[in-house]
Design a protein around this ligand. Structure first.
Ligand SMILES: Cc1cc2nc3c(=O)[nH]c(=O)nc-3n(C[C@H](O)[C@H](O)[C@H](O)COP(=O)(O)OP(=O)(O)OC[C@H]3O[C@@H](n4cnc5c(N)ncnc54)[C@H](O)[C@@H]3O)c2cc1C
Length: 465
């Protein structure tokens, strides 16, 4: 007979849920994972990974077209094969999904393909008629794209799934929302030849990022031929013979914009519906489940992690919360995740990566607490490796508390920014001060030397700037 009683049942097999299941199994908890769609969740199947596969194809295309400047001839006429790029992206996603299935097996996690909901009294009802019981239940049901009433999704108005599997390259594209997801799609589609307009309601693209970095990203996008419209909203839309006509409003002025296709990337909402939450004390705010930072909800024995537990909507945040939640369940010491230590990356061209406070936020924080900040900046134009690579555009900015030397924030714009931010992540985690960072030896020649120089610059000691 199939086992139905577990120490832990995890609902949702994304980077929150599957990591929770692995950690629980490692700690000796009998664990079941219920997933209604694909193991790996949005991240592996429709988010982080397939977008990065497409963006890498764009990087290869760019490298071919620019090859001549590196003394490589014959590649300049390279053309994108969109169908092949999409096929590769799907293959990469599929491979990782299989990897998760393997990890579940290896760790002795029971995987059930079903939709689950809470049934009260430590029970979970599956839509195949089965009922599981568990001492602990983790909800890791993720999130989905936010709908915009002005842009009803369909064949020509896409959310991320359709944007990841286009049947053909649209000649023109309107991307609505210039956060990380919108910026990445704008970057990819422009690289493969679409006329792209990127709009956002806020004053700049990547509005969560440091204002100086956002402004540099906008400049780089515009240089690539992406039309950027900020403080701009879609009021309505209608289908035309060949595409979509959108009525936009920017600073009180209305105008029409026609594009073959539209991608809606205007935020996400948590999957809190049909989970049986109504019969529990679990609190839902806006569209996320309220937790205490270690996944505990107001209902004893019911936990929530990852996207369904709120911002930031990032895979590594989901996985980290998963480990903390399970370790707390197992009675190990666990501390809530500090949001200022969660890096955020946008994998557009160029990439943007950051951790901690923006310069403006750090300044406000300092003003409120009677403190001061120190800001160091270093451009990649002063870095040997960047020049050797032909990637000398970009900036690293480091923000410190002037009095204590605490690292408050770091911000990078460069094609390799997402790899470089890890240095600051380790520093923040170890509570490194400016002294520690200044005395760290960085290998030469590496892009990471810009981190060092940016730290030195904050104290007037940059060597190459
Ligand atoms: C286009 C795109 C690009 C992204 N790029 C990045 C990136 O580069 N880096 C990054 O950190 N983040 C990125 N994200 C965000 C990232 O995908 C999410 O933060 C991450 O997937 C959240 O993990 P999760 O486990 O909370 O939820 P999910 O990955 O959404 O997994 C939830 C799972 O629960 C299942 N489920 C839901 N309800 C039920 C139910 N009732 N019963 C059974 N199963 C259920 C779903 O089918 C799903 O598989 C991206 C997102 C998108 C859309």
């Amino acid at each position: 007979m199939t086992k139905t009683s577990f120490d832990l049942v995890v609902v949702g097999g994304g980077p929150g849920g599957y990591v929770a299941a692995i950690r629980a199994a490692q700690l000796g908890l009998s664990t079941a994972l219920v997933e209604r769609a694909e193991l790996g969740g949005i991240c592996l199947n429709w988010g982080c990974i397939p977008t990065k596969a497409l963006l890498h194809s764009a990087t290869v295309l760019r490298a071919c077209r620019e090859a001549e400047q590196y003394g490589v001839t014959g590649a300049g006429a390279a053309q994108p094969d969109l169908a092949a790029m999409v096929a590769r992206s799907r293959k990469v996603a599929g491979r990782l999904g299989q990897g998760v299935a393997h990890l579940m097996k290896k760790n002795g996690v029971t995987v059930l393909a079903a939709s689950a909901r809470l049934a009260g009294g430590g029970r979970v009802a599956l839509d195949n008629g089965a009922t599981l019981s568990a001492r602990h239940i983790i909800l890791a049901t993720g999130a989905r794209a936010r709908d915009l009433p002005a842009l009803p999704l369909g064949e020509r108005i896409w959310a991320y799934r359709q944007a990841l599997t286009p049947p053909a390259l649209p000649k023109s594209l309107l991307v609505v929302g210039a956060g990380a997801i919108g910026a990445e799609f704008a970057s990819f589609y422009r690289a493969v030849g679409a006329e792209v307009t990127l709009i956002d309601m806020t004053a700049d693209i990547l509005p969560q990022e440091d204002a100086e970095i956002s402004a540099l990203a906008r400049k780089a996008f515009e240089k690539q031929g992406i039309r950027v419209l900020t403080q701009c909203a879609v009021k309505s839309s209608s289908l035309t013979a060949t595409g979509v006509k959108a009525v936009l409003e920017q600073q009180g002025k209305s105008f029409e914009l026609e594009a073959e296709r539209v991608i809606v990337a205007a935020g996400i909402v948590g999957n809190v519906e049909n989970l049986g939450l109504e019969q529990t004390r679990v609190k839902v705010e806006k569209t996320h489940i309220v937790t205490d930072g270690l996944g505990r909800t107001a209902e004893p024995g019911v936990y929530a992690i990852g996207d369904v537990a709120g911002a930031p909507w990032l895979a590594h945040k989901a996985s980290h919360e998963a480990v903390l939640c399970v370790e707390a369940i197992a009675g190990l010491p666990a501390h809530p995740l500090d949001p200022l230590r969660i890096p955020a990356c946008t994998y557009s061209h160029p990439q943007v990566a950051s951790i901690g406070m923006t310069e403006a936020r750090a300044r406000d924080h300092a003003k409120a607490t009677g403190g001061e900040i120190r800001v160091g900046k270093f451009t990649f134009a002063g870095n040997g490796k960047a020049i050797a690579m032909g990637e000398d555009q970009g900036l690293v900015k480091t923000v410190f508390d002037a009095k204590t030397g605490e690292l408050l924030g770091a911000h990078i714009i460069h094609p390799e920014a997402s790899e470089l931010i890890a240095g600051y992540g380790v520093a923040a985690s170890l509570e490194a001060t400016e002294e520690d960072l200044m005395h760290t030896v960085f290998a030469h020649p590496t892009l990471s030397e810009t981190l060092h120089e940016s730290v030195l610059a904050a104290f007037g000691r940059a060597l190459h700037g």
